[in-house]
Design a protein around this ligand. Structure first.
Ligand code: PMP
Length: 359
């Protein structure tokens, strides 16, 4: 039996990456030590770190006038880092909400500035609009979450904002799953533990002209300029997590060449699962076509009891971690980059058997 891990995060790494980690454990690059047992300032690690940044830049096509930074603190750390680092003239920001993870940064930002919120996706899972010029006029920035990990809603396009207003995106759960135009954003951030590597690293892509405006209460470990000036080695980084990120970036480049190719694989996987969900009344998915996430596919059986049975029986069939997030319940299959098409096929086969058994 084959085992697949559909965890929403931390989530599966590519098996080839895990094999390489196993192989190199204990003697990384002839250091006779594991990668997490040596100095982050030694020549081997510094070289690895530079290559990691360069490969990430290449994959996401990051222009030279953007800094790529690796911090700690996760996505939640970024909820503070954004208002603490950005220049604030109006001391006001617009947070567009579309689910659980876009509401959290709006709550946190209230510590630092006036927060306006507006629904990007309403309670009936309909996108309200993409042009926020009027509402953002008196704001310093507009924040949105490109992929709602809990509900399975993907906001593929950045919002249109008033001139001079910055666009900030939390891409924690869909970064590197498709090409984007970095120039459409001023700040992008993402926790590593879904599409990138192990938890412990948060990647920031920041327009360089925005560095140097941090509030004086901004802690040094969240200060983007400090990290930019130290090649992200201001304090001791989570070296093992960096290592997993570097290996994943290299694997993505060597295997898929670019994100356009990888996107095709992700479209194929998600389309298969949605097509099956649409064809079987036993399962429900409420997200409309244009907002369906390719990374987190949330669905329900007819009732909670069957949802629980589904999780249990799926596990017996080798399909792990399909329980939905506690805030909405139900079921969720996370189909990040490292999940192969065969895993989706095996899930659909199981879903067919389960539906026939209980409907
Ligand atoms: N943003 C999104 C979209 C997320 O899915 C998560 C975590 N699942 C977070 C932020 C918070 O990340 P962290 O746990 O790294 O703070």
């Amino acid at each position: 039996m084959k085992f697949y891990n559909y965890s929403a995060g931390p989530s599966a790494l590519f098996p080839e990456v895990v094999e390489q980690i196993k192989h190199e454990l204990g003697n990384w690059q002839n250091t006779h030590s594991s990668v997490f047992e040596i100095s982050h300032r030694g020549p081997e690690f510094m070289k690895f770190a530079k290559e990691m940044e360069n490969t990430f830049r290449e994959l996401l096509q990051v222009p030279d006038d953007y800094a790529v930074l690796f911090l700690q603190g996760g996505g939640r750390g970024a909820f503070d880092a954004v208002p603490l680092n950005l220049p604030l003239k109006h001391k006001r920001a617009l947070y567009l909400t579309s689910g659980h993870w876009s509401r959290q940064p709006a709550l946190e930002a209230q510590k630092y500035l006036e927060v306006k919120t507006a629904e990007l996706v309403d309670k009936n899972f309909q996108q309200t609009k993409i042009d926020w010029t009027e509402e953002s006029k008196d704001c310093d920035y507009v924040h949105f979450t490109s992929n709602e990990t809990v509900e399975g809603i993907e906001n593929f396009n950045p919002p249109k904002v008033a001139p001079g207003v910055l666009v900030v995106a939390d891409m924690s759960s869909d970064i590197l799953s498709r090409p984007i135009n970095v120039n459409d954003y001023d700040v992008i951030y993402a926790g590593a533990q879904k599409n990138i590597g192990c938890s412990g690293v948060t990647v920031y892509v920041v327009r360089k002209s925005l560095l140097g405006h941090a509030s004086k209460i901004c802690p040094a470990i969240l200060n983007w300029e400090t990290y930019h000036n130290s090649d992200s080695l201001f304090n001791t980084p989570a070296t093992f997590s960096w290592y997993t990120c570097g290996l994943t970036f290299k694997y993505l480049k060597d295997t898929f060449k670019d994100l356009a190719n990888l996107e095709q694989v992700n479209i194929k996987k998600a389309s298969k699962l949605y097509a099956y969900l649409d064809s079987e009344d036993f399962y429900q998915n409420k997200v409309p076509q244009n907002l369906r996430s390719r990374m987190n596919i949330s669905f329900n059986t007819p009732n909670e009891e069957l949802d629980a049975k589904f999780v249990q029986e799926a596990k017996e069939a080798g399909l792990y971690y399909l329980k939905g997030h506690k805030v909405i319940g139900g079921l969720r299959a996370s189909t990040y980059n490292a999940i192969p098409e065969e895993a989706v096929d095996q899930l659909i086969s199981f879903m067919k058997v389960f539906a026939d058994k209980y409907k």
